[in-house]
Design a binder for this molecule. Structure first.
Ligand code: A2P
Length: 313
């Protein structure tokens, strides 16, 4: 397995657990670990950490996998920015762990405790009330307390990432953002590589199983892209494997979600594929700045946040 140079090694291919239903996710994590995954990407808001914790505990307890060999990421939900420590302690209790490898600020959006969708104006905490540098200091305190080895961010654009990096005592180790051939973001990737921040690409397969309210009618389907299909045929791989191999070859880590045993193994094997320069160039030409997770749900009426400010575009 390829690792990114971060701490004990950050496995380039991890398991995504967003949209993995309670009842399915535990089996998916078990199958994933059995076939060789060592990096599991979680988040409190996915609502499935307790079941993931049950699955992890079984391996660590019987000694079949050492805790040191696993890389477990989780994320601070937006309604817990006033007390990240309490949120992380809940996540650790659910995951049955003493320490995370990586804890991310899930979004640069702050909500009042307990706020839920659909959001109303009163649910938001504006940036003036809770500046990002103040939030980052409470993330640094989690490393000091030994509750997580690394901290990082998610859905941060170049300006927000730079601002956190410039003011940090403990710099963000990772920025996790949507990234795939239709949203290649070369400038953000270059910034991360230059400033020593690992980039994790989420929704690498286009997240076709997103909730309907997060979809639009005219969405292009990455898995059916003819260029991806022809590269896949040339190397005897599947389109999903080409998408994942592309992510790993660009120096990112990536976290495809699956609960299907065959696809879990197929996806992991993609980390060992090599795409030719010609294939990489053909895929580079597919960029169309298309977000599947566009963040419009943060721009509810009365919200102090805008989609333009979120992505800086
Ligand atoms: P499933 O869980 O049934 O395998 P993303 O990681 O971009 O969020 O995409 C997840 C979606 O892609 C899920 O619908 C998942 O379905 C599907 N998927 C995962 N692996 C593959 C694969 N190898 N081929 C086709 N679809 C896949």
């Amino acid at each position: 397995m390829k690792n990114l140079p971060l701490g004990k090694g950050f496995p380039a291919l991890g398991l995504g657990t967003w949209k993995s239903a309670p009842g399915d996710v535990g089996a998916a994590v078990k199958t994933a670990i059995d076939v060789g995954y060592r990096h599991i990407d979680c988040a409190a808001i996915y609502g499935n950490e307790a079941e993931i914790g049950d699955a992890l505990k079984a391996y660590v307890a019987d000694g079949s996998v050492s805790r040191d060999d696993l890389w477990i990421t989780s994320k601070l939900w937006c309604d817990s920015h006033s007390d990240p420590r309490a949120a992380l302690e809940k996540t650790l209790a659910d995951l049955r762990l003493e320490r995370l490898d990586l804890y991310l600020i899930h979004w640069p959006i702050s909500l009042r405790p307990g706020a839920s969708f659909p959001l109303e104006a009163d649910d938001f905490i504006g940036r003036d009330e809770l500046p990002l540098d103040e939030l980052w200091r409470s993330m640094e305190a989690l490393v000091d307390a030994g509750l997580t080895t690394h901290i990082g961010v998610s859905n941060f654009n170049a300006d927000k990432l730079t601002s956190v990096l410039d003011g940090a005592r403990i710099p963000p180790a990772v920025n996790q953002v949507e990234m795939h051939p239709y949203l290649q973001q070369p400038e953000l990737l270059e910034l991360c590589l230059r400033r020593g921040v690992a980039l994790t690409a989420y929704s690498p397969l286009g997240s076709l199983d997103r909730p309907e309210h997060m979809k639009s009618d005219d969405e292009p389907n990455l898995l059916e892209d003819p260029v991806i299909g022809s590269v896949a045929r040339d190397i005897g791989a599947t389109p999903a494997q080409v998408l994942l191999a592309w992510a790993v070859q660009r120096g990112t880590s990536t976290i495809p979600k699956s609960t299907n045993p065959g696809r879990l193994a197929e996806n992991l094997a993609a980390a060992d594929l090599t795409l030719s320069d010609d294939a990489m160039a053909k895929i580079a030409a597919l960029d169309r700045h298309r977000r599947y997770v566009d963040g419009t749900f943060w721009a509810a009426p009365g919200s102090p946040y805008t989609v333009e400010d979120l992505w800086g575009e």
